[in-house]
Design a binder for this molecule. Sequence first.
Ligand SMILES: Nc1ncnc2c1ncn2[C@@H]1O[C@H](COP(=O)(O)OP(=O)(O)O)[C@@H](O)[C@H]1O
Ligand SMILES: [Mg+2]
Length: 291
Amino acid sequence: MESQANKLKEIVQQSSPQKRNRGTKFIAVTSGKGGVGKSTISANMANILAKNGYKVALFDADIGLANLDVLLNVRIHKNILHVLKGECSLSEIIINVNKNLILIPGESGDEILKYSDQFIFERFFDETAMLDNLDFVIIDTGAGIGGHIQLFLEASDEVIVVTVPDPAAITDAYATIKVTSKIKSSLHMVINMSKNDKEAQLIFEKIQKVALANIGGDLELDLIGKLPSDKLIARSIKQRTLFTNDSPNSGASMDLKRIVNKLVYKLERKVLKDGEHRSFGSFFKRLIEQF
Ligand SMILES: Nc1ncnc2c1ncn2[C@@H]1O[C@H](COP(=O)(O)OP(=O)(O)O)[C@@H](O)[C@H]1O
Ligand SMILES: [Mg+2]
């Protein structure tokens, strides 16, 4: 009888749809070359997830350039570096973008290293508890293959490499894939600003062929989707609004929704497999320990 009750308790606990207990999933958006659409894709992916009811944070790890704050039309005063220097609290830097969506202004890893004060770190980690109910953190990394970017990619659950059809961007995307394949066994690609599905597919196949020949079959590289070059996207960026709000039923919004759905599906299956529960705090702890 008793074991029956225990079993039931287990099942009830497993099937309760409490997102809070599932931990936070980390999705990094990166690229070889700048200006390929990382920030646009990160912000709109986060927006789609938030509109679907998930609690989402956008983490701007490319703070050097005017980026997510410009796209989201918010003003940033301080970032995570100020928190780690002990100049302000975490809650002071977090910006509410809209329902279910916050922005956490980041800083490059090299800078964070210089301020490794144990006491402040502990206070910071205590404060991250307020982010424990996040479902997703989308990390907008800088472009390139720098060391701290690689740390973010390594710590993330899923990595998306964005490229555009121009040859220089493709070469740089490949360089990113090659370096990142040393620390990640699976990478997704998004071909942005493509003319059509066929062009996106051809570009992907070209990269995949080179990857297979030079990196080998251990790397799982997939084309998770494409986004067209779209006047609506360009207009929203100029207006400092999100195209997934301005034109939620456009082809581009549908394309991005498909990408998000695939990621969510993959991540939910992963949770069932390894059951590891992570939080913003534990993610950051791991990063700082490696910086
Ligand atoms: N799918 C798209 N259609 C039209 N313009 C785009 C698209 N994606 C990006 N852009 C343009 O490219 C510029 C760079 O995008 P951004 O997201 O800032 O790139 P990154 O973060 O990689 O540097 C934007 O200002 C916008 O003008
Ligand atoms: Mg950017």
